[in-house]
Design a protein around this ligand. Structure first.
Ligand code: T46
Length: 131
């Protein structure tokens, strides 16, 4: 599968950088929730699920981490290492996150509020659903 990376406009001057994220502009959905993941041990792997309807954009605002994306037909690994790049995690894409740097802060923008029933946490169930 081909990952969709969104490159955000950086506004940089002598005071540093600034990136603005806006729904239906550089974020391709209505924004309902933002969460962030930090302090993940470097040998830890998270995720292991797909979402039925949720769409998300992940941004490594500090440090680095890697995503495995799997749409049931192909897989790709994407390293996030810059706060001016967002990775689209579309619905029905199995994803895992790994190789977190010690200082990693992974921010995720989501199209809906938290809902456990939107998660598919069983890989075989996911494969059946996409095929
Ligand atoms: C995703 C990847 C990228 C909440 O209560 N509210 C929330 O908004 C979220 C995201 C999580 N939680 C609770 C649910 C669990 O008890 O926080 C706990 C950890 O969540 P989870 O094990 O799902 O974390 P990850 O890192 O495996 O997955 C998270 C998101 O949950 C998920 O939607 O796509 O990051």
């Amino acid at each position: 599968m081909t990952p969709e990376i969104i490159v955000f406009k950086e506004i940089v001057d002598q005071r540093g950088g600034l990136v603005a994220l806006e729904e239906h502009k550089n974020i391709p959905f209505t924004l309902k929730r933002v969460y962030y993941i930090y302090g993940t041990p470097t040998d830890c792997r998270r995720g292991f699920h797909a979402h039925i309807a949720l769409r998300q954009v992940a941004v490594c605002v500090k440090g680095t981490c890697t995503f495995l994306l799997d749409n049931g037909h192909g897989k790709v690994d994407v390293c996030l290492e810059s706060p001016d790049k967002g990775l689209l995690i579309d619905k029905m894409v199995w994803h895992e996150m790994y190789d977190f740097s010690e200082d990693c802060i992974l921010m995720v923008l989501a199209s809906d509020i938290y809902c456990e029933s939107d998660y598919i946490r069983d890989y075989n169930h996911f494969l059946k659903a996409v095929h």
